[in-house]
Design a protein around this ligand. Structure first.
Ligand code: SF4
Length: 323
């Protein structure tokens, strides 16, 4: 039986600054299996996007990996030379970012962008690549795909443009897609369509997805498992059922409380008081303690590590030694 598709072990990402070495991602470990949709959720500054950028080798300096390993199909990829990582990124790992214009060249028709990507990574003639591009465009729900091949990115609406980006990410059948806030810039009505489309296409092609988002609602909709990140660390990891329905960590349950419910009438949504600490100001002990309604003395002194509870992992002193 093959091992996990993606393995991240004890990943640490730091920034060298004038104020010293600031750790933005600390001791992050998780596996993603073939065909699985794995969510990473948290507020901005939690380290979730940096984790995704490290996987695709696009960490921007002065950010760098200072410890840990990233493996794809058992092979280490965190130390690959730039050119090899670039090839891998196009062929085996697809990317979808929040702003579709980051991935699309405004000067080329989308037909040219799709066809060139396919020709770079697959052994096809130009005519076959074009035919494949039309097929994948219509798969992602672009009407009159043949005609739309000749259009430029600015001739598409935001939602349609994100569909094109999904087509671009999936056109060479990657094993893994990193989707960083793929729906955040879209209208709410379009968000659900794009999420459904991503799920449906990845199921069809057995592509694994790492979905990075601040939105627990999106996680509940599409993911199989989820890691909740806070101040650079994973604080809870488990199946969507474990984390979304029965969150143990007070931060994870706080995120859940912020999702509107159709079943229970609420005047105001619950919110977590305060905000994520800056990198240089991460408190000692549990980083969440200044915001945690359940904090007690030990939380201010000692940092909790992930422990396993009924198949899920939680880093909180309410479980483990005190319990
Ligand atoms: Fe709250 Fe303490 Fe648990 Fe941190 S360790 S989440 S402060 S109860």
């Amino acid at each position: 039986m093959p091992g996990p598709l993606l393995q991240i072990a004890h990943l640490r990402i730091a920034f060298d600054t004038r104020r010293g070495n600031l750790v933005a991602v600390d001791d992050v470990s998780f596996d993603v299996h073939r065909g699985e949709v794995f969510g990473i959720v948290g507020e901005s500054g939690a380290g979730k996007s940096l984790t995704g950028q490290a996987v695709i080798g696009l960490l921007e300096p002065p950010g760098r990996i200072t410890a840990g390993r990233i493996r794809l199909e058992g092979r280490r990829i965190d130390n690959l030379p730039y050119a090899r990582m670039r090839r891998l990124r196009g062929k085996q790992i697809g990317m979808i970012f929040q702003d579709p214009l980051t991935s699309l060249n405004p000067l080329y028709t989308i037909g040219r962008q799709l066809t060139e990507t396919i020709l770079t990574h697959r052994n096809m003639s130009h005519a076959q690549a074009r035919e494949h591009a039309v097929r994948i465009l219509s798969d992602v729900g672009i009407p009159a795909a043949e005609k739309r091949m000749e259009h430029y990115p600015h001739q598409f609406s935001g939602g349609m443009r994100q569909r094109v980006v999904i087509a671009l990410a999936l056109c060479v059948n990657p094993k893994l897609v990193i989707a960083d806030e793929p729906t955040t810039a879209l209208d709410v009505s379009i968000q659900a369509q794009i999420i459904a489309l991503l799920k449906q296409l990845c199921e069809k092609h057995a592509t694994a997805v790492v979905l990075i988002t601040h939105d627990m609602g999106v996680i509940a909709e599409i993911c199989d498992r989820v890691a909740v990140m806070y101040a650079g660390r994973i604080v809870e990891l488990g199946t969507v059922r474990q984390v979304v329905k029965h969150a143990r960590h007070p931060y994870a349950s706080g995120l859940m409380g912020a999702i509107p419910s159709l079943r229970h009438r609420q005047e105001r949504l619950n919110q977590i008081e305060g905000s994520m600490p800056r990198l240089a100001e991460i408190p000692a002990g549990c980083a969440f303690h200044p915001r945690c309604p359940e904090a007690f003395a030990k939380c201010r002194r000692r940092r909790p590590h992930l422990i396993e509870i009924q198949g899920a992992q939680v880093a909180c002193w309410l479980y483990g030694e005190k319990a």
